[in-house]
Design a protein around this ligand. Structure first.
Ligand code: TXE
Length: 495
């Protein structure tokens, strides 16, 4: 069985304590690899390697163009191994193969995109600022902020890592990546590709391991400058507390319970298509999933009927099987968590329209039928808390104002979607929804060029786009006094 390695200071190494845990295929419940269980000592070595690589300037002082050339090699490496990585991701996470292929393609594109931004920065490193006093020449410089700790989740194991690694490396930072213990394997391949691209030792480091044993020591490490985290609110809070102790920059991408407002004037099939994609792609293990659907009352019965029929027709099975649109849940733990949420939902008085149990014939693997609840009490956990699985809540509304108020009545604010043939109405609602990401007449399409992140409990900061690049810089002002001039406050003008 394959045993993964850590990647520290340019070398693939075993964890110091020689510990391993199994990688489980969620479609069969069988172990298929042994994952290196990095611990505090490994984290310390990796952070020190990243610190040294940053401080010596072997990466941060290269031109953006030189960094870009290597990042483009990483993009090429990902494309060359796309089929292999996608298959690995399916085995580790359970997602349908075409969705895993999108992830790898998007990851490669992100390296190319941030290579372009690194290159563009070369021609524009400093911004002159007129301070209104001719004796001074001032500029603003953007400098790479230092050593980054990236702690990432299991739902898009490669892609969520790349959303941090690509812009951080493009900016000139060095990084220690700690992926989720549930899905670590694609990040080992990423390390191999980064190594082959010639990125200097210590610039990128990978330490796999559990949250408490590897994640927490990484978040706590005094030599890091920033923690970039994607995961649960509870762990995000711990990461932020660690950052507070060390006064370090923190970026958090946490969960959501995103609303999708559907008006009665829209095409029924288009609405159903986007509701399905909004909650069932990637098994609903998506932070931006539109898991609360609000439907204008006159369309509500017809929409529910069509949605039920289409949901019951979704092909379920191992992600590697052709035609499958819903794979197994990532792990036993996540499966149990979703089943508990469904049981609590039933007890809350919500109406179970379809799903909520194991599909017939699939006795092994963490398979769950796609689930619809209707008439959900809005004070229930089912309506308010993230489930992170293929479970959607659907409720009716009467007026636009009521829909907006209901949509915004959430602790979260990651995403929101609106659908109507009245585009002016869509624009109105888009502006009123309190979230970082709004989709009009669709749900979920995600572009590397656009900023990604949320408000309220959904997090702090933005990834992707230009904002996701700027997030890895610090701002420095340089104020230059004309030495031919005299300041003259203490020594007098003629001194
Ligand atoms: O998340 P954790 P889990 C939500 C989703 C899911 C729930 C639990 O609702 O059901 O979180 O998932 C690392 N110090 N999301 O338990 O624990 C951990 O090893 C430092 C939403 O997997 O947040 C992993 O690498 N790190 C989400 C990462 O944190 C720690 C994606 C995320 O794991 C740590 C995933 C600690 N003390 C889950 N403890 C999204 N926003 O997309 C754990 N980790």
């Amino acid at each position: 069985m394959h045993k993964t390695r850590l990647y520290i200071a340019g070398a693939f190494v075993a964890p110091q304590a020689q510990g391993y845990f199994p990688a489980i295929d969620p479609a069969t419940e069988a172990p298929f690899a042994e994952v290196a269980a990095g611990q505090a000592a490994d984290i310390d070595r990796a952070v020190r390697a990243a610190r040294e690589a940053f401080d010596t300037g072997i990466w941060s002082e290269l031109s953006g163009t030189s960094r870009a050339a290597m990042l483009r090699l990483v993009a090429q490496g990902l494309r060359a191994r796309l089929a292999e990585i996608a298959a690995l991701e399916v085995r580790d996470n359970g997602k349908p193969l075409p969705e895993a292929e999108w992830d790898v393609g998007d990851a490669a594109f992100a390296f190319d995109y941030y290579a372009d931004l690194a290159e563009a920065r070369d021609s524009d490193p400093e911004e002159p600022v007129d301070v209104g006093d001719a004796r001074f020449a001032a500029t603003i410089r953007r400098e790479p902020l230092g050593v980054v700790a990236a702690i990432t989740p299991w739902n898009f194991p490669l892609l969520m890592a790349v959303w941090k690694v690509a812009p951080a490396l493009a900016a000139g930072c060095t990084i220690v990546l700690k992926p989720s213990e549930l899905c670590s394997l694609s990040c080992e391949v990423l390390a191999q590709i980064i190594h082959a691209a010639g990125i200097p030792p210590g610039v990128f480091n990978l330490v796999t391991g559990t949250g408490p044993e590897a994640g927490q020591p990484l978040a706590d490490h005094p030599l890091i400058d920033k923690v970039a985290f994607t995961g649960s609110v509870a762990t995000g809070r711990k990461v932020m507390m660690a950052a507070a102790a060390g006064i370090r920059t923190v970026a958090l991408e946490l969960g959501g319970k995103s609303p999708f407002v559907i008006f009665a004037d829209c095409d029924l099939d288009k609405a159903v298509e986007w509701i399905l994609f909004g909650i069932f792609w990637n098994k609903g293990e998506v932070c931006s999933a539109t898991s609360r659907v609000l439907v204008e009352r006159s369309l509500y019965p017809a929409l529910l009927a069509r949605l039920q029929q289409a949901t019951e027709a979704i092909p379920i099975g191992a992600g590697s099987m052709p035609g499958v649109k819903l794979g197994p849940i990532v792990s036993q733990g996540q499966y149990d968590k979703i089943c508990a949420a469904i049981a609590a939902g039933k007890a809350s008085g919500a109406r179970l329209v379809t799903g909520g149990d194991r599909p017939e014939g699939l006795t092994r693997g963490y398979f769950l039928r796609p689930t619809i609840f209707a008439d959900v009490p809005t004070d229930s956990a089912l309506w308010r808390e993230e489930i992170f699985g293929p479970v959607v809540c659907v409720n009716p509304f009467d007026t636009e104002a009521e829909a907006v108020a209901e949509a915004n009545d959430s602790a979260y604010g990651l995403a929101g979607a609106v659908m109507s043939d009245d585009l002016q109405r869509c624009e109105r609602v888009a502006r009123k929804l309190r979230a970082g990401i709004i989709w009009v007449n669709c749900s979920q399409p995600t572009f590397t060029q656009l900023p990604w992140g949320g408000v309220k409990a959904s997090g702090i900061g933005r990834e992707l786009g230009r904002a996701g690049f700027e997030a890895y810089f610090e701002t420095k002002q340089i104020t230059r006094f004309d030495s031919r001039q005299t300041w003259g406050w203490y020594l007098g003008r003629d001194a």
